[in-house]
Design a protein around this ligand. Structure first.
Ligand SMILES: [Zn+2]
Length: 534
């Protein structure tokens, strides 16, 4: 309500006033208005890259004008380690080479660095003592990266091409464990926003920014969603007539984000083109961890709210409310929620109903976690229902009944709707670990295009915006895309060898022209004192 009002008002000065008006409508006061603004910002931050920008003095800061600087600082901070300080930016900018490169007459101040720090990336969260912690090295993120993402990529890599610096294929000794059959092609997906409003202040906003949305009419922007591969470049038919590229203008009839349905539709477009023109290759889509990509079926398995024992007589059925397709209209056209059963579990290759089967005295009644697990052969003697507040202590494998069920493969690996959608047509999909943009080479393609875009003649006409954006995107040579791909693989190689983010950033920089890191990289890190501790 508040956000809609704000966008309709077309006046960025109304941000505060409108939040209060919304709060008052709910019979709340200033405190709620403040919360509303925080929530709305959080909501915006949590979505994909933000197309809506604050108009403040910072807009014109150096960081804005130089996306390459933003990238360089981001990489430098990763090389510092898990804990970073704003002072690290001051030191980095004070290096003579950077003073020259970015045209500075004097070092930047600590307060400037603190402002930059907040705007740099969502992956750093500030601790009370003023340090920033890198989410990149969070235990759950690292666990996913090491035990799910990297092994999956390693499997595919047997069938994927790798590239030399000049973009030619690396001829690998044919000692792969399996015969080479279908060539694997990785397609990296992402969305990005280009701005045209004012050439001098045109900027692109990091997905993390604490942003006040730009009110309607305050300048054109163009959102691009696409897929790219090292093999073929942007996803299109060989004659270039069919393309998976989607363009739209945020702030016209819609906001600037892909909805879940649009992501599915986008995948369908890609699948249609690839099935028709590249049917002999095995295509793997790589998506990032955005919430719109991770949506699951409403009746998906979840152990969170299950009772230990079967539902008692007279109590409501255990299930899931509000699945849109099950909301029914009555004779008066009123909508009624319905509670529907949760989907079947899957155990030893067969479906397992969570409800007593027909013929059972309590047929149709929810079995409870204990019965579900007993049927799977578990002995639950002495196991508590759940650890307090379901906050189990690591490693949290079988400490309580709920955790045990939670960790069962069918509960843990519930397919996302996007996975189901792609797999139903024979296409694979992998999600990137959170905060690991260095593994998504399409991000660098956006960076390259945006630099090209800035060099183009200035114009505020929307038609020019679109033409320039398209020209900028198409200006990336295939050899450059292959270099970006190789760089992402170099980082993967580093993580596979057990390097942390800090070590990987150091090694990727030192060996920037290498496809893989040398075998003695760990000894070398040791010698250089690049520790695995922080
Ligand atoms: Zn537990």
């Amino acid at each position: 309500m508040f956000l809609t009002d704000y966008v309709r008002s077309g006046d960025s000065k109304q941000w505060g006033a409108l939040s209060l008006r919304t709060a008052v409508r709910w019979e709340k006061g200033i405190h709620t208005a403040r919360s509303l603004r925080t929530w709305t910002r959080a909501f915006l931050t949590d979505r994909h890259e933000l197309p809506l920008t604050p108009e403040n003095t910072w807009t014109k800061s150096l960081l804005e004008k130089r996306p390459d600087l933003k990238e360089a600082i981001g990489e430098h901070l990763q090389s510092v380690g898990k804990y970073v300080r704003a002072l690290d930016i001051v030191d980095f900018m004070a290096l003579p080479a950077n003073q020259v490169k970015y045209g500075l007459a004097k070092p930047i101040s600590l307060s400037q660095a603190q402002v930059w720090m907040r705007h740099l990336d969502y992956r750093w969260t500030k601790t009370p003592n003023g340090q920033f912690v890198d989410g990149h090295e969070r235990a759950d993120v690292v666990e996913y990266r090491q035990s799910r993402f990297l092994p999956a990529i390693a499997d595919y890599d047997h069938f994927a091409r790798q590239w030399n610096k000049d973009g030619t294929e690396v001829s690998l000794p044919d000692d792969s464990p399996r015969p080479r059959n279908r060539r694997v092609i990785y397609w990296h997906h992402d969305e990005s926003v280009f701005y045209a409003h004012d050439r001098r202040t045109r900027r692109w906003v990091h997905k993390s920014e604490k942003a006040v949305p730009r009110a309607k009419g305050e300048g054109a922007s163009l959102m691009v969603a696409d897929f790219v591969s090292a093999e073929h470049g942007w996803l299109r038919s060989p004659d270039g007539k069919e393309s998976a590229r989607v363009l739209f203008r945020p702030g016209k009839n819609r906001d600037g984000y892909f909805t879940h349905e649009e992501i599915l539709a986008h995948a369908t477009t890609a699948i249609d083109i690839l099935s028709q023109h590249y049917p002999d290759e095995q295509h793997v889509f790589i998506f990032d961890n955005a919430p719109t990509h991770l949506k699951r079926a409403a009746d998906a398995l979840s152990a969170r709210k299950m009772s230990l024992h079967p539902t008692k007589p007279g109590k409501p059925v255990f299930g899931v409310d509000q699945i849109p397709e099950f909301i029914t209209n009555d004779a008066n056209g009123n909508k009624h929620k319905r509670r529907v059963p949760m989907a079947d579990g899957w155990f030893e290759g067969k479906p397992q109903s969570l409800y007593f089967e027909p013929g059972h005295p309590r047929a149709g009644v929810f079995k409870g976690m204990a019965q579900i697990l007993t049927e799977r052969g578990y002995n639950l003697t002495g196991l508590p229902r759940e650890c307090t507040g379901f906050k189990c202590k690591p490693p949290a494998l079988s400490c309580c009944v709920r955790r045990l069920l939670f960790n069962e493969p069918d509960f843990r690996d519930v397919e996302t709707l996007l996975e189901t959608h792609c797999r139903s047509r024979g296409f694979d999909i992998i999600y990137l670990p959170k905060f690991h943009c260095e593994l998504n080479c399409i991000e660098q393609c956006w960076g390259f295009s945006k630099r090209k875009y800035r060099e183009m003649p200035s114009s505020s006409a929307e038609a020019d915006l679109e033409r320039n954006v398209l020209a900028a995107l198409d200006s990336i040579p295939l050899v450059t895309i292959r270099r970006f791909y190789t760089r992402a693989h170099r980082f993967m190689d580093a993580y596979r060898r057990g390097l942390n983010g800090k070590q990987a950033a150091w090694a990727a920089k030192k060996y920037h022209s290498h496809r893989v890191l040398p075998n003695n990289i760990l000894e070398e890190l040791d010698r250089e004192g690049i520790t695995s501790e922080d």
